[in-house]
Structures are given as structure tokens and as C-alpha cells.
Design a protein around this ligand. Structure first.
Ligand code: NAD
Length: 248
């Protein structure tokens, strides 16, 4: 029960890493809400939570739209009374070679993956500063680490690098009451990667020293660690959970 009575909001929590994190945090005693673009996206995780005896609250919203963010943040605090943990997990990528990449691809990708992190963190931080406590965990990617940017998703890689930099600055500005850290997952078995060609996924496995892709639980456990009291002296850090991929 490492998060007993804590309240946690997870963006993009309808599936994948976000949904797995929500279920893990519920099992650790937290009261949890997930936000996603559509209610239907969250039906499965809500049902899974219910079948395990937990109530998972849902909020509809778009992390890239300021008004929407304010609405779901206020609704979360109205529901739970406070916000102890924010996991900025919502993300997306558009795969297109460099010469065909459009400005629209770049804007959409930066809006969701980078500006969305800023908007949600800013809205949550106002409540957390009033409480004089809070933990913000931003989800970057192995692709945001120096020299690991990936062909076809250079906009996503740049956004995820931006998340790491933003985390460090936020850690300075929001200290001493709010801890801000990043989890940078390696290649993880979720719907985001399920549609990739077999050859690409084979390369991802070969590129990892542990010779497998991450399960969503591998990433969720790192997020849980940073959200728990075990990480009270961590701020501005990047926890790389990549099976050694970045060692190459
Ligand atoms: P996923 O695509 O399975 O789930 C992402 C969720 O975010 C979806 O439910 C989607 O509806 C939601 N979402 C997308 N845009 C949103 C928006 N504007 N507002 C609200 N919700 C939105 O992805 P995943 O694999 O679980 O990845 C989760 C996070 O981890 C993302 O930030 C991703 O970039 C990052 N990541 C994933 C991998 C991987 O290999 N899967 C690797 C590194 C980093």
C-alpha cells in the first residue's frame, strides 16, 4: 500500500502504460482518475478495475487544449479534494520520413507530447503549491535521450527530449514542495507499438541487452516508485527503463 490515500491523475490512462499504471496505483491504495480523449477509450480499464474491486474515475479531455485541461483538473480536484500525483502519460506519434514530414505533423506532435505536459503540470501545480506537496511524473521516451532519436518520428523524438529538459526546469521552479521527474520508457508492448512491422519489433528486441520489449508493468513500476515516498529525495531526474537499449 505504497500510495495509501493518495490521489493520482493519469493522462492518456485509457490503455497501455497509463492504464497499467492506474491499475497498479489502485492496488497500492491510491484513489485514481484517468483522463483520455473519449469515454469509450477508458471502458476496458474501468471494467478491469471493477473486476478487481476498485473504482476508477474517468475524465474526458485533451491534454493539448488549455481549456479542456483546466476543466478536467478542476473536476478531478472537485471529486477527490486534492491532487497528490500527476502522471503526464498521454502521447502519440506520426510515422513519416523526414522529407515528407509536414508542419502540421510537427505542431500536433509537439502540442500533445510537450505542450500537453506543460499545460497539465501547470494546472496541477497550482493546486499542489496550495497543498505544499505533490509529485509530477512526466513520461518521455528512450527516443528523447541524446543520440536515440528515431527516423520517421524526429518530431516525437524532439518533443520527448523537450520533456526531459522541461522536467529539470520545472523541478527547479516548483521546489521545494513539488517533485518533478521523468520516466523514459524503452520499447514497450502496447497498442502504440503493436502495429509496427514485425522486422521493426525484432530490431527493438535485438537492440535491448535484456532481449525483450518492456511489458507495460515494467514501466508502471518505475512510475509507481517515483510517485511513492521511496522517491521523496528525487527531483529533476530521468529514470531510463529501456532494458539497456541506450547503452549501444
Ligand atoms: P498508447 O497509444 O497505447 O496510449 C496512449 C493513450 O493516450 C491513448 O489512450 C490515447 O487515447 C491517449 N491520448 C493520446 N492523445 C491524447 C490527448 N491529446 N489527450 C488525452 N489523451 C490522449 O501509448 P503507450 O504505449 O501506452 O504510451 C504511453 C506513453 O509512453 C506515451 O507518452 C508514449 O509516448 C510513451 N512511450 C511509449 C513507448 C512504447 O514503446 N509504447 C516507448 C517510449 C515512450
Amino acid at each position: 500500500m505504497r500510495l495509501k490515500d493518495k490521489t493520482a491523475l493519469i493522462t492518456g490512462g485509457g490503455r497501455g502504460i497509463g492504464a497499467t499504471t492506474a491499475l497498479l496505483m489502485l492496488a497500492e491504495g491510491a484513489r485514481v482518475g484517468v483522463v483520455d480523449l473519449h469515454e469509450a477509450n477508458m471502458a476496458k480499464v474501468v471494467e478491469t478495475a471493477r473486476s478487481r474491486g476498485y473504482e476508477l474515475k474517468t475524465f474526458i479531455g485533451d491534454v493539448s487544449q488549455k481549456e479542456s485541461v483546466q476543466n478536467f483538473m478542476d473536476a478531478f480536484v472537485n471529486e477527490f479534494g486534492r491532487i497528490d500525483i500527476l502522471v503526464n502519460n498521454a502521447g502519440m506519434a506520426i510515422l513519416r520520413p523526414f522529407l515528407e514530414k509536414t508542419v502540421e505533423d510537427w505542431i500536433k506532435t509537439l502540442e500533445v507530447n510537450l505542450i500537453g505536459v506543460f499545460l497539465c503540470a501547470q494546472a496541477a501545480a497550482k493546486y499542489m503549491l496550495a497543498q505544499k506537496s505533490g509529485k509530477i511524473i512526466n513520461i518521455s521516451s528512450i527516443r528523447g535521450i541524446d543520440h536515440c532519436g528515431r527516423e520517421g518520428i524526429m518530431d516525437y523524438s524532439a518533443a520527448k527530449a523537450g520533456v526531459i529538459n522541461l522536467t529539470k526546469t520545472m523541478a527547479k521552479e516548483l521546489a521545494p514542495h513539488i517533485n518533478v521527474n521523468t520516466v523514459a520508457p524503452g520499447h514497450t508492448l502496447t497498442e502504440m507499438t503493436a502495429s509496427l512491422p514485425e522486422a521493426v519489433r525484432k530490431n527493438m528486441i535485438e537492440g535491448s541487452y535484456l532481449k525483450r520489449m518492456a511489458q507495460p508493468e515494467d514501466i508502471a513500476r518505475a512510475i509507481l516508485f517515483l510517485a511513492s515516498d521511496d522517491a521523496n529525495f528525487f527531483t529533476g531526474q530521468v529514470l531510463l527503463v529501456d532494458g539497456g537499449f541506450s547503452l549501444k
